[in-house]
Design a protein around this ligand. Structure first.
Ligand code: ATP
Ligand code: MG
Length: 565
């Protein structure tokens, strides 16, 4: 992947300082350590871009390490999705695909070493007792009655824990640090628990499992990581990370924390996203409304847009919420450069050109992409019966509405000027069902030789030639900017947007899209950027997802209530 220079931030400064000081022999080695308990989301993309980006920038390496030490929630399917998403984002871990679960033997040896050094002990307290005796910020912890067991007894008990002699939860291995330490995590942290659970890679081989604090730093060390970058909530874990590595006397990576990404109108937590999937609020992890990489991909986002976004938001030490429109702007800008333009009518209104011959069809030349001269042109068929967008006509238009209205003339893109002569309504409902218009043959291509001006240009399709398609429009997943801001006592899902999905059937698009491939992206002129849904299209059916709208001046006028000014 071609990598432009990344934005400056404090982690780059630290890394550059370390290179200057020849720390780690000047090596830069990072890792991205996902737990395979869900799909990756846009927050993970920030971490991926940072870790792989730093490695690329300083000719270092970045490992992919699955942090798979929690057997209950982890699955191979998640491993596969994570790899697919990282590759799609444009990053390559080469042969450095690692699993913390492959280090279980080594981690066990480290634990034995810690016991021998008198720095860990087997504790018979239950989980509740351990947490109860830990104390609080204002109250010192109490020492476990098992804290002063001999090294021999600890080695014996720890070995028997591994052999499966004791029931689940009956004993733990704990670091022997300081029950009066101001940092609660330093009050004899638990390193191993007994847990009979099937592990998706190790099967039943183990019945003791390391905690995050024990597995993470030691895994970093085994891999020779130089900079172990994580999110701010791990800042309080850093003294423990350092203490364990120091006691073991092994390679000591530097843990550096940065602010996690929070995005407006959505949640970035695998646990919550899993709940939305399981309870059917969305169609799956790759539902186009989800902030997952797979959801964004299915929605039509490009890897370039996501990488640009991750670079733009920067790396800071303070948590904040980034507004969704920033992400939308990134994809808009990227697609503007490369998405071919086509015409598609979402809510069709029939237009009959009464002075156009019934049996005639002509091909009009249309520009594929005004931003890309190399994209060429295509022919679009024009005939007597057309569809235009229902919202492009108003029977009684306010002052600022310049599109079609009775007696008014507008331009049809790449075609002719047409004038609305008659409005046909359903006698029962009064709904407008057809417009009868005339066209001016002298305006072919879109200009009038007599210099006559029109104030609007509309997109259209020829009724006889257009393809019927389904279109899905998306709103935000949550109604509130801060999705987590719920009424007291209310469920976290109470801000879910009931109108986040609108399915339109009976839409019509120009025939050039007949063979559009799954995932293909285009701009429907004036309506936004769309992509062919890879899951639900096929066998003659075309489904389009709207990736993002275009910037729309009329929508802004309406929102501000200035239609008649
Ligand atoms: P979640 O809260 O969604 O479950 P997690 O932190 O538990 O996320 P991991 O699989 O452990 O998920 O994350 C892998 C890496 O991605 C970690 O280094 C983590 O710090 C980073 N990461 C996770 N969420 C974000 C985020 N919102 N912004 C930036 N980095 C993140
Ligand atoms: Mg985690």
């Amino acid at each position: 992947m071609s990598q432009t220079e990344l934005k400056r931030h404090f982690i780059r400064d630290i890394v550059e300082g370390d290179i200057r000081d020849n720390k780690n022999g000047g090596r830069v080695h990072t890792r991205f350590p996902p737990e395979p308990n869900g799909f990756l989301h846009i927050g993970h993309a920030k971490s991926i871009c940072l870790n792989f980006g730093l490695a690329a920038q300083y000719r270092g390496l970045c490992n992919l390490r699955f942090d798979d030490t929690n057997p209950e929630t982890e699955e191979v399917a998640y491993v596969e999705s994570i790899k697919e998403d990282i590759r799609w984002l444009g990053f390559d871990w080469e042969d450095r695909e690692f699993y913390a679960s492959d280090y279980f033997e080594k981690l066990y040896e480290f634990a034995v070493d810690l016991i021998k050094k008198g720095k860990a002990y087997v504790c018979d307290l239950s989980a509740e007792e351990v947490s109860e005796q830990r104390g609080t910020l204002t109250q010192l912890g109490r020492e476990s009655p098992y804290r002063n067991r001999s090294v021999e007894e600890n080695l014996d008990l720890f070995g028997r824990m591994r052999e499966g002699e004791f029931p689940d939860g009956s004993r733990t291995l704990r670091a022997k640090i300081d029950m009066a330490h101001p940092n609660l995590l330093m009050r004899d942290a638990v390193l191993y628990r007994i847990r009979r659970s099937h592990h998706y890679r190790r099967g039943e081989a183990w019945c003791i499992y390391p905690t995050y604090d024990w597995a993470h730093g030691q895994s970093d060390s085994i891999e020779g990581i130089t900079h172990s970058i994580c999110t701010l909530e791990f800042e309080v874990h850093r003294p423990l990370y350092d203490w364990l590595l120091d006691q073991l006397g092994i390679h000591h990576p530097q843990q550096i924390e940065f602010a996690r990404l929070s995005l407006s109108h959505t949640v970035l937590s695998k646990r919550k996203l899993l709940e939305l999937v399981k309870e059917g609020y969305v169609s799956g992890w790759d539902d186009p409304r989800m902030p997952t990489i797979s959801g964004l991909r299915r929605r039509g986002y490009t890897p370039e847009a996501i990488r640009t976004f991750c670079d733009l938001i920067g790396i800071a030490k303070a948590n904040s919420i980034v507004d969704l429109p920033l992400l939308e702007d990134c994809v808009r800008e990227d697609l503007n450069k490369r998405a071919p333009r086509v015409m598609g009518v979402l809510r069709p209104l029939r237009v009959v050109i009464v002075n156009y011959p019934e049996d005639r069809t002509e091909e009009l030349e249309a520009i594929n992409n005004p931003e890309d001269a190399g994209a060429g042109t295509r022919d679009v068929p024009f005939s007597r019966v057309l569809y235009i967008e229902r919202e492009d006509f108003m029977e009684d238009p306010p002052k600022k509405f310049f599109r079609l209205a009775p007696g008014r003339e507008v331009r049809l893109r790449y075609a002719y000027f047409i004038k609305c002569e008659e409005v046909v309504k359903d006698p029962g409902s009064g709904e407008v069902v057809e417009l009868r218009c005339t066209y001016d043959p002298a305006t072919r291509g879109g200009d009038s030789p007599d210099g006559r001006k029109v104030k609007a240009t509309l997109h259209w399709v020829s009724a006889a030639h257009a393809l019927p398609v389904e279109v899905r429009l998306y709103g935000t997943l949550f109604t509130k900017r801060d999705a987590g801001e719920v009424e007291e006592g209310a469920d976290w899902k109470s801000n879910l947007n009931p109108k986040s999905l609108e399915v339109l059937t009976g839409c019509r698009v120009e025939p050039s899209l007949k063979d559009a491939a799954p995932g293909a992206r285009c701009q429907f002129e004036r309506m936004g950027y769309f992509c062919v849904d890879g899951r639900d299209s096929g066998r003659g059916k075309l489904v389009f997802n709207r990736t993002v709208t275009l910037r729309d001046p009329w929508a802004n006028i309406k929102r501000a209530g200035r239609e008649n000014e």
